[in-house]
Design a protein around this ligand. Sequence first.
Ligand code: SF4
Ligand code: SF4
Length: 373
Amino acid sequence: MSIVSVIKVDRYDTALLERAVDEHFDRLGLSGEIKPDMKVLIKPNLLSARKPECVATTHPEVVLAIIKKLRSLGVASVTVADSPGGPYLSANLSSVYSACGYKRLEEYAALNHSTGSGKVRNEAGRVVKEFDIIDPIREADYIINVAKLKTHSLTGMSGGIKNMFGAIPGLVKPEMHYRFPAIGGFSEMLLDLCETLRPNVTFIDAVIGMEGEGPNMGTPKDCGYFLASRDVYAQDEVAAGIIGIPADKVEMIRLAKERGLFDPGETVLVGDSIECMNFSLPQTDDDSYLSGIPSFMRGTVGFFAKRFLKPVPAVSKKSCVGCGKCAESCPQHIIEIKNRKAVIIKKSDCISCFCCQEMCPAHSITVKRRLRR
Ligand code: SF4
Ligand code: SF4
């Protein structure tokens, strides 16, 4: 049986969130297993240096409520750590903590500033048997995964499974995209990662989610949900239902089911009921792409589009500020900065991972469809 605890929380209010965290801990029986001498690690989604109201990152009030609960249990060592997009450098971590509203958490917990990492092996991995993992996660006794519910240009959605990708340091992440250019392989890698690290519990901040061009450039979507579960896979399936994507269309969830990592028939929702919030999907989603086409033509157009067209990024020269973040994160190394503008020099080598779009601070990268070669 996999319990997914569901609580409706309509705003980032400290008292509401603290009560909700207490309730999640009770329902999942967490208090009895977290010991004061454990090194407890909180892994939020700190994708990039964006303010909480941009909804790209886990809201700091959610993390604070969890930290306070841990302190009330007498836990002495609580560390907050993630590897945001871009290079894994102390200066980058500081600017992400500042922008995302995490600096004030320092009063209650340690914010990780170290940039070390090391290998963690899992012989049972299907496509990856050894991962490079940031030190605070590698060294933790107890991992609390605190995801943000968002749409995602590559994986369809970002919840608990995808959030664990931030355990991999900085520019090793684009290397993973390079090794696994297709969504199937990339999703298998994410499952191997989750099975290697096995977060003890996962919370999903869906108080306000992100719809549209997630995970970084979408828009806020009022949802009013705060979820928690020990089963990261079952919980993501529930979260897909909130977004309104069939879970079988999300490759990482479909593969988790196929691997037997969870059984949807064994999921038990405890607490409030779930409603589909009908998020708008990214332009990379085939259904979103077809939405402007009359319904009687969608079947035929969709068939040819999926076969012959692939989504690729396009740079708006007008808004591009030439910062180079897209080039830095491109696993194929096909973006160059020329005359202070980004140029995709070999579109045929693009693997449609959309790391470039994810990292662009100027919203200068949109999605176009071009003929497959
Ligand atoms: S151009 Fe963008 S979408 Fe294409 S491979 Fe590079 S980062 Fe990925
Ligand atoms: S990240 Fe965006 S703004 Fe920066 S160079 Fe690339 S396209 Fe231009």
